[in-house]
Design a protein around this ligand. Structure first.
Ligand code: ZN
Length: 57
């Protein structure tokens, strides 16, 4: 399925087995979005918080 980017309205490809919390990237503007809701109508996206600290693991 596809969802419109809330920033640039580009089409973001969403895997059919997407789960909440998954991160998808807009191919047009490169922003990362977190899947905030998945239901029969489709999915909702929220801008992903930048995780900031890169402490490594
Ligand atoms: Zn975009």
């Amino acid at each position: 399925m596809k969802v419109k980017c809330i920033d640039c309205e580009g089409d973001i490809e969403i895997p059919n087995d997407v789960t909440m919390g998954e991160i998808v990237t807009c191919p047009d503007c490169g922003l990362d979005f977190e899947v905030s809701k998945v239901d029969a109508d489709g999915v909702s996206l929220e801008k992903a918080e930048s995780m900031g600290e890169d402490w490594g693991e």
